[in-house]
Design a protein around this ligand. Sequence first.
Ligand SMILES: *[C@@H]1O[C@H](CO)[C@@H](O)[C@H](O)[C@H]1NC(C)=O
Ligand SMILES: *[C@@H]1O[C@H](CO)[C@@H](O)[C@H](O)[C@H]1NC(C)=O
Ligand SMILES: *[C@@H]1O[C@H](CO)[C@@H](O)[C@H](O)[C@H]1NC(C)=O
Ligand SMILES: *[C@@H]1O[C@H](CO)[C@@H](O)[C@H](O)[C@H]1NC(C)=O
Ligand SMILES: *[C@@H]1O[C@H](CO)[C@@H](O)[C@H](O)[C@H]1NC(C)=O
Ligand SMILES: *[C@@H]1O[C@H](CO)[C@@H](O)[C@H](O)[C@H]1NC(C)=O
Length: 546
Amino acid sequence: MWPRSCSFQLLIAGIVAYSLVNCSYATTAAPTGSGRAVVDFDAILLRRLMLNNSATSNATDVAAVSVQQVMETISYLFTAPRTLNETFDKAPELNYEAFWDVVDGAEALSGMKGMLAESEVVALLDSMATRVAQLPTHLCWPVLRRIVLAALMQRRLQHGPFSLDAAAAAARLCVRFFLLHRTAAGRKGVIDFFHISKAGGTTFCQLAKLNGCRTQSFAARRNCLIREFDDVPRWVNHTLHVSLAPRGLRTPWFANWGSKQRNSVSCHIRKRFMMRRRFNILANEFTVYGAQRIPRNAHVCPGHLNVLQLRHPHLRLRSHLMWVWALYDHHFKEQAAEFFPTHGSAHWRALLPAATDNYYIRSLLGESVYFLPSENLNLTHLTAARLAIMQFDVLLLLEQPAMNEVLYEMAIGWGLGFGAVHARTSSQVHEVGRQGLPDSDDWKQLLKHNELDMDLYRFGSLLALLDVIVFDIAREAGLGSGYSAISAEGGEGGGTGNAAVAGSRAVHPGDDEQWELPGNSTTQRSMCGFVSANEADDALPAWLVV
Ligand SMILES: *[C@@H]1O[C@H](CO)[C@@H](O)[C@H](O)[C@H]1NC(C)=O
Ligand SMILES: *[C@@H]1O[C@H](CO)[C@@H](O)[C@H](O)[C@H]1NC(C)=O
Ligand SMILES: *[C@@H]1O[C@H](CO)[C@@H](O)[C@H](O)[C@H]1NC(C)=O
Ligand SMILES: *[C@@H]1O[C@H](CO)[C@@H](O)[C@H](O)[C@H]1NC(C)=O
Ligand SMILES: *[C@@H]1O[C@H](CO)[C@@H](O)[C@H](O)[C@H]1NC(C)=O
Ligand SMILES: *[C@@H]1O[C@H](CO)[C@@H](O)[C@H](O)[C@H]1NC(C)=O
């Protein structure tokens, strides 16, 4: 646990931090001989390799992120392409020879194949950048990007700062990855938001609306979900709910765990459906696609821009229990108590079998894992879930506002976002929901069952840190298109930005909401970011329109 004074944590400790701190913090662009500004690779590392722990400091077991963990993540990434090839049938990046070439380059850079001299580093980075520039542009190449960043980090941690030439070459390589990402996002044309319940998904959907995206419905209970795709979450154990229900009560939508198979829709049909209606965002609040029976077939849709937001697992879990308690309260009023003979962790685990037991891993591995009984997940699942997370094009961290700002602008292309995305439950839900939480010792037992998810979360956070270095470098290189933070409450001129949302952002069960920017705000500046790049000139292919 962190003392309050330690809420802003420097990720890289010890000697490495010292050498980083010695380089210029404030200056990110230094003039070169030719007068051209170059991006200061080290300064961006220093700025980005930090986690703001102020939002998670009260959660128990927030482990320190150490140099060792960074190194472990890096070495894990080097083994990842091969494990990935063995774990899932569909990981499209791996099908290209160029992918393996660039991975070879990354391994050489990291020193796995013997130390490179500084002069060789520049040549290697430039040849990798050339190769990256030639990659097909229908994918964002997130796996490859993270492996290359891991190699850069490894080199940096072991050899100290890059020479000016090598730093410039590293920045050029990062810019290549950004350009590839942006082009691919435009070709994909659809944001596929993987909404892990109670991890900030409603906010993301409403932000999509404010940024000019289009979908079937932005209403709170629809939340960017597409009705026909059946991606609603399966929360409450149907059998248990029904066995507790007093006679004559209607079974609510959320008592659907174990009773409602997904009506599965292929990636191809999803894409056609979206394009015909000119929708450009969908949310999926259930599991990744395609693994109802065969875990190997779990996959995201490669034709979509896949976005995932993570929230600290303990805070997510707490919020989920409070929400479900409040949902029962809202739906069943005085009869709600019938469903909770106790509010101990054993009852919660039976009532919400997936949500209380490593929900991230279950969601990321498809339905066959989502519905496994508790106690059945092990390290094999954790490994597979790490590989699943690596394939998301964009990783947001709910508790890292400064990081999300870079990602909204540079990875999604949105002009508007919230600096701090608060978990959006109303104080009323807090009041009511708190009564449903297990006692403190019992709560700790519940958390123990979610240690695999904690591991996954740490890994995902480090991946997001590697990503944001690429996107920040691109921004420093002048490739951004502008961004304003919106303030939460109505009123004029929110904060530093020029927009504010009308009304309260806090929700409680039963609410409907449609956020609006009041007056003549700057909504239409971006039409849903990168995914709309080609829509103006995009005559739909003939086979789509019928
Ligand atoms: C953490 O706990 C302290 C004391 O219990 C409280 O004052 C503070 O608001 C809490 N912070 C968060 C982020 O919940
Ligand atoms: C850390 O995050 C909190 C909100 O979660 C924010 O208020 C604070 O300003 C952030 N600190 C820094 C140094 O960015
Ligand atoms: C990836 O897996 C396929 C079979 O599943 C195999 O043929 C191929 O050699 C593997 N590629 C690498 C680089 O390991
Ligand atoms: C769901 O509820 C039924 C009926 O009470 C129970 O037998 C079963 O164990 C529960 N499922 C899980 C995974 O806890
Ligand atoms: C995890 O469980 C699966 C079966 O669900 C099994 O195939 C695998 O070997 C187990 N892994 C470990 C490390 O125990
Ligand atoms: C919107 O802008 C126009 C001209 O810029 C102005 O005349 C009008 O009053 C504005 N409307 C609102 C609601 O602010």
